[in-house]
Design a protein around this ligand. Structure first.
Ligand SMILES: C[S@@+](CC[C@H](N)C(=O)[O-])C[C@H]1O[C@@H](n2cnc3c(N)ncnc32)[C@H](O)[C@@H]1O
Length: 335
């Protein structure tokens, strides 16, 4: 694509300070913040960026090159052709994404804009892996146009947010965290997890387990806290009412398909407890949340991710998903 000196990054609601700190720590001499709106920051590059530059920020669910602003579908088409982009996907999503998801009415507006843009933009057939991000703010605000390359590190859904909101009456908000994490791993099709098994460290009160049970999995939860009765009484749910460090390994199956850690502990403590379960259960997929309670812990994130890499066999990615609060989600798929 044509050269752009600006990088854009989205973030969860309230995530701007963490994102700016992370970009400063990773690319301080190279990138400086340019403009900032809630949940969207652009950075200016001080020297030319290579075409394959990746921001690689855990606090940015979506990031890439900025290609400018537009007010109409025709202007979007112009920005894309000026940038010389061969894109095969168009993601249209709202700038403001709440922690409980985006409503159907908002998606309807996004779909209308997408249809208008598709009429005038020629997307390449097949998959070039290049995605156009069209980010829609308030009425009257110009649309923001960016681009990123699709990869396993990036959530595949527009805006990194599947089209689901937190339903009323779930055992906990962790239901939505789990749904967003499964979508990132590409496991959100209805039959993907049918008959598969999961073990969750830190399972109470049970929103995540409820999501997995609804998807037809067998689930073992480990927690000393009280579980939601619907989860506890589910025929495919087994509970171990112990702390993770106290679980005798002969209580465990030989393997599970999915290992989850969602313990409200300091990340280094959670990782120490998780590692033997990963070794023993050799899960195909790992989903773990790491609490980022202050800037000091955020600064340790690269080292914490390296630590996860040291005991998993596949690639490891970290992102703050929209349903995460002061935490990031880490995923890995066994090589
Ligand atoms: C954020 S909540 C988990 C939410 C849960 N995943 C859900 O779906 O509702 C954190 C949980 O970690 C549990 N926890 C903290 N330390 C733990 C340990 N050492 N072993 C197991 N669970 C632990 C707490 O009891 C608490 O229920």
């Amino acid at each position: 694509m044509g050269k752009s000196d600006f990088i854009f990054a989205t973030c969860r609601t309230g995530g701007e300070p963490s994102l700016k700190r992370e970009v400063l720590a990773r690319h301080g001499g190279l990138l400086t913040p340019a403009f900032m709106r809630p949940q969207l920051i652009t950075f200016k590059a001080q020297t030319p960026l290579p075409a394959d530059f990746e921001l690689g920020a855990a606090f940015a669910p979506v990031s890439g090159f900025s290609i400018g602003m537009a007010r109409t579908a025709a202007e979007v088409a112009l920005r894309i052709s000026e940038a010389g982009l061969q894109a095969s996907m168009l993601h249209v999503f709202p700038r403001v994404i709440g922690e409980d998801g985006v409503t159907a009415e908002v998606w309807q507006r996004m779909d209308q804009i997408k249809a208008e843009v598709e009429q005038v933009c020629l997307l390449t057939a097949g998959s070039s892996g290049q995605v156009i991000d069209l980010i829609i703010g308030e009425e009257g605000e110009p649309w923001f146009v960016g681009t990123h390359r699709a990869s396993a590190a990036v959530h595949p859904h527009p805006g990194a947010v599947p089209r689901i909101t937190l339903p009323a009456g779930m055992p906990s908000r962790a239901w939505l965290k789990m749904e967003q994490s499964l979508a990132w791993l590409g496991l959100d099709a209805p039959e993907s997890l049918l008959g598969k098994s999961a073990l969750e460290l830190g399972s109470a009160p049970g929103g995540a387990a409820w999501s997995l049970l609804q998807r037809g999995m067998k689930v073992i939860g480990v927690d000393t806290g009280a579980m939601d009765e619907r989860v506890l009484n589910h025929p495919r749910y087994d509970h171990i009412g112990l702390a993770a460090g106290e679980v005798p390994f002969d209580y465990l199956p030989e393997r599970v398909d999915l290992l989850i850690s969602d313990m409200n502990l300091a990340p280094d403590v959670a990782l120490r407890l998780l590692e033997p379960f990963e070794d023993r259960l050799k899960p195909r997929w790992l989903i773990l949340t790491m609490k980022m309670n202050d800037a000091g812990i955020e600064a340790q994130l690269p080292a914490l991710i390296e630590r996860v890499r040291s005991f998993t066999s596949g690639p490891v990615y970290a992102k703050q998903l929209h349903a995460n609060r002061r935490e990031v989600t880490v995923i890995s798929q066994r090589a």
